[in-house]
Unconditional design. Structure first.
Length: 466
């Protein structure tokens, strides 16, 4: 009987949707031509086989499913799983009286194996996540053998990192918290197991991204518990995790760059004006000059640092940052202190030496511009690393310098200074360039891993308790 003939003579009486606990779904049809009611089932091979008592051989004959035959089919299913094949079975039953009997005593039609391979793009993404310190956990409805084979092919699993969803579900919360970090693969998992795993990871303080293969699973996780706020990615593309993680690290790094650049300027300006006000009775940097630095130099500096985006591979080689870690790291405080001390010392030396207000203002601005190079590489000694790729950064710096030259030479009266000679420009340029070797030397100074705000209270207590 062809497909068209079957559609003409068969009527669907009911459909049984796929259920996670039974791992199968089915339909009941009636063939009006033969006056036969049939129940059709398909699903996980082991789940369907457990409901069968007969099977159809290759010649189309039905036979009793004895112990030996069942073992042969179980061996086929096991071999499929070891060969990285997801197996499912097709079965049927002729319904003669009660519909309640349609779920057991089935007749096995066939076993089918589908290759459950890991895409090359996913392999690369998983490897990149491992380098970046991102832990991957695979949740699947497949049996343990198939899940382990797929995970090994993708490079996810460790020997002791596999658990079944039911086993995890039956553990106490304390036991779940104890093993949740070691889990790499959860086989035979349901949506409830996925949510439970997210809850335990959330309890451990982890940042979680959930990759779902459809909007239904993603929306279920979001709406099930308002306390959990995972990032749910529903495009079924694992490479999205790498891009999302890289973007997040890029934004975080750019914020740190600007904070380091901005704090150096603020600390130097405040200290210079404070010292000059106390010692000379007037400030070295006027309100108009500081306004120019804030509006023009800092704005252009922020734009330059924001456009200096490291490559994705470089971002993914950096270790993850804890959500409780301070935004200003110890290395940033070291660099900020060194540059601020240098700028304060130079500006005060000019103030108490020549007293040239124009040179003070010019040197201060050029120091900020050249400090942008130091801020773009906060922890690397080579501040020019990757500069050939950052043409936008160089363009913004060039525009900044052009605007400043225009301000000093054409609008000197507006900022309360006078035009500078070539020699004065050269001296200011040398002073600004000195920030580069200082930044290189300072990066050799080691800093503790523990944040300074946790170290200083103990140090202060010991100092005053003597």
């Amino acid at each position: 009987m062809g497909g068209e003939d079957m559609r003409m003579t068969c009527v669907v009486l009911g459909v049984f949707g796929f259920a996670n606990h039974s791992k199968r779904h089915g339909a009941v049809t009636v063939d009006s031509a033969r006056d036969v009611v049939l129940a059709h089932w398909n699903g996980a091979a082991d789940a369907v086989l457990a409901r069968c008592c007969r099977y159809v051989s290759a010649d189309g004959e039905e036979h009793e499913l004895g112990v030996e035959e069942r073992r042969k089919f179980e061996k086929i299913i096991s071999d499929m799983a070891e060969a990285n094949l997801s197996s499912f079975a097709l079965a049927f039953k002729q319904v003669k009286s009660q519909l309640s009997e349609i779920k057991r005593d089935l007749t096995l039609l066939c076993l089918v194996g589908l290759k459950a391979s890991c895409r090359p793009v996913d392999k690369d993404a998983i490897e990149a996540c491992g380098t970046a310190g991102v832990s991957i956990k695979m949740l699947t409805g497949c049996n343990t053998t198939t899940a382990e084979a797929v995970a090994r092919e993708c490079g996810i699993v460790s020997r002791d990192g596999i658990i079944e969803g039911r086993a995890f579900r039956e553990m106490s919360p304390e036991q779940q918290l104890e093993i949740v970090d070691r889990i790499r693969v959860m086989s035979r998992s349901q949506r409830a197991d996925r949510l439970l795993l997210l809850q335990r990871l959330n309890d451990m303080g982890h940042v979680v991204a959930d990759i779902s293969n459809g909007t239904k699973e993603g929306s279920t996780i979001i709406s099930s518990n308002e306390v959990i706020q995972p990032d749910v990615i529903i495009n079924n593309n694992f490479d999205t995790v790498v891009r999302a993680s890289g973007w997040g690290r890029c934004v975080y790094t750019n914020i740190q760059k600007f904070i380091q650049f901005q704090l150096t300027f603020n600390i130097a300006a405040v200290v210079v004006n404070l010292v000059s006000a106390v010692t000379k009775g007037k400030v070295l940097l006027t309100s108009v000059q500081l306004l120019w630095v804030t509006l023009a130099i800092d704005t252009m500096g922020a734009l330059a640092l924001a456009t200096d985006t490291p490559p994705l591979k470089e971002l993914m080689r950096r270790p993850p940052v804890s959500r409780t870690a301070p935004l200003i790291s110890n290395a940033m405080w070291r660099d900020i202190t060194a540059q601020a001390v240098f700028q304060v010392a130079v500006l005060l030396a000019i103030a108490f030496g020549t007293g040239e207000n124009a040179m003070i203002f010019n040197a201060f601005v050029l120091c900020q511009v050249f400090n942008e190079f130091n801020a773009r590489q906060m922890e690397q000694k080579n501040i020019f690393g990757g500069l050939h790729r950052s043409w936008m950064f160089l363009a913004v710096v060039a525009v900044t310098l052009a605007l400043h030259v225009l301000m000093v030479e054409m609008l000197a009266k507006f900022v309360g200074t006078q035009r500078l000679s070539w020699a004065q420009w050269g001296v200011c340029g040398v002073i600004a360039i000195m920030s580069w070797p200082i930044a290189w030397v300072v990066k050799f100074i080691p800093v503790p891993d523990k944040p300074f705000h946790e170290i200083l209270p103990k140090f202060t207590f010991r100092f005053f308790s003597r």
